[in-house]
Design a protein around this ligand. Structure first.
Ligand code: NAG
Ligand code: NAG
Length: 419
């Protein structure tokens, strides 16, 4: 604008040169915008094919039963997608890339549509700002100093829980109910089923209550992935503990090795002893996780309950998820669903210790911070978990992942706070 005003007073040659340059730049910009919209349009049309490819690619290296499971999911996803308001996958991906860790404003909850939206949960916390900064710098220091991390992990490996007897788990009638003999429940800290309601008249299940601050009510139940012979026990535990949220952290099969029994119906309903489980819905949120909703009925009393299962698909045994972001978003979705409840969250992977321990550690620490705790000791929290179930967090990489995840979430919370 100012250029145009100045025109008559300037040397004409210089000005026309500038004008040409400006025109060229404008043409460049317009072309850029047109190209971008073209590309976005194409992406929008190919996004669900990409998802399909991605999912079938993912299933390629898993066992055949995982393949059919994923194919089924794809089909269902395709079916739901066509009935949904078309929501381009790539757009929310782009949003989500910039939303969490950039300085930009966080997406407000009202701006998101319903649960069918693909975007991330906003961060929510009552964290104390100075505690947040302190913890962040502590974590960063810890993560940079590999030597210190190594030492801390060694100390944790040497930690011995006491009391630590697992006699009930090793009884003859119970021993085949354990998926992995390295992770047995402690006698002093195990979930007791009501044996009169159990199909085998037994109170044993490989599941441990995990207490946080309240010594009477467990915040979580860490358990192994059900076996074909323990699936009725699993649903009995879901029923008797009042559970409404299940967190599943393992694929059903990994490199042909069974990690967990397919303990829910693929469609319609299945009866497990006196517990009738109805699959109500299945919703794929992203490549990393999906959510299933079950209607659970106790046929002895005719009482019913809705149970939501959050299934994280891409976390393999002894490993860590490919990114902290996907797990943190998964956790936010779990906690949004759980909010306001007081029943324990059932967390399971295959043995119910490595991945489950890592998830519980992250969630417990972040919940403490959200409640305004002034002091966080991650190693001590892990020892507290190991007092209740052996093998919680199995590898140094998993421990490091937990520290990284906590640091990133604290970072995101601090950035979302009004400065
Ligand atoms: C179990 O506890 C006993 C003491 O009660 C201790 O000597 C032992 O080392 C502990 N074992 C493990 C594996 O922690
Ligand atoms: C449960 O429902 C069935 C069928 O509706 C009925 O026959 C049965 O008596 C009910 N049981 C209880 C305990 O209410």
């Amino acid at each position: 604008k100012s250029k145009v005003k100045l025109l008559p007073h300037q040397v004409e040659r210089e000005d026309s040169a500038k004008f040409v340059v400006l025109t060229l730049i404008s043409i460049g910009c317009i072309t850029g915008v047109l190209l971008t919209s073209g590309i976005l349009y194409c992406l929008r049309h190919s996004s669900h094919y990409q998802l399909k490819e991605k999912l079938s690619g993912l299933s390629g290296d898993l066992g055949s039963d995982a393949t059919t499971a994923y194919q089924e999911l794809c089909r269902q996803r395709m079916a739901t997608r066509s009935s949904e308001r078309p929501e381009p996958l790539h757009t929310s991906r782009i949003n989500s890339v910039s939303s969490q860790f950039s300085d930009g404003p966080m997406p407000s909850p009202s701006a998101r549509s319903s649960t069918s939206s693909w975007s991330e949960e906003p961060v929510q916390s009552n964290m104390d700002i100075s505690t947040g900064h302190m913890i962040l710098s502590y974590m960063e220091d810890h993560l940079k100093n590999k030597n210190r991390l190594e030492k801390e992990w060694e100390a944790l490996c040497a930690y011995q829980a006491e009391p630590n007897s697992s006699l009930v788990a090793q009884r003859e009638e119970n021993v085949q109910k354990n998926r992995c003999l390295a992770v047995l429940t402690y006698d002093h800290s195990r979930i007791l089923l009501k044996s009169e309601n159990s199909h085998g008249n037994s109170d044993y299940i490989n599941a441990s209550p995990i207490m946080d601050h309240d010594p009477r009510n467990p915040a979580y139940i860490a358990t192994q992935g059900p076996l074909p012979a323990t699936v009725a026990d699993f649903w009995q535990m879901v029923w008797e503990s009042g559970c409404v949220v299940i967190v599943m952290l393992t694929p059903l099969t990994e490199n042909g090795v069974k990690q967990c029994y397919h303990y829910w119906p693929d469609e319609g309903s299945n009866l497990y002893h006196i517990y009738e489980v109805n699959l109500v819905s299945e919703h794929i949120w992203c490549e990393d996780f999906l959510v299933r909703s079950f209607y659970l009925k106790n046929l002895q009393t005719n009482e019913t309950r809705t149970v939501t299962q959050f299934h994280f698909l891409s976390w393999y045994d002894q490993g860590v998820p490919s990114s902290t972001r996907s797990l943190l978003d998964f956790r936010r979705k779990v906690n949004k669903c759980y909010r306001g409840r007081s029943c324990p969250i059932i967390v399971h992977c295959s043995d119910g210790a490595g991945r489950s321990g890592t998830y519980v550690l992250i969630d417990m620490v972040l919940n403490k911070m959200a409640k305004g705790a002034k002091e966080i000791d991650i190693a001590a929290t892990l020892e507290h978990l190991r007092d209740q179930r052996p093998g919680m967090v199995q590898t140094k990489e998993q421990f490091e992942f937990a520290l990284t995840a906590v640091a990133e979430e604290v970072n995101a919370i601090l950035k979302a706070l009004p400065q």
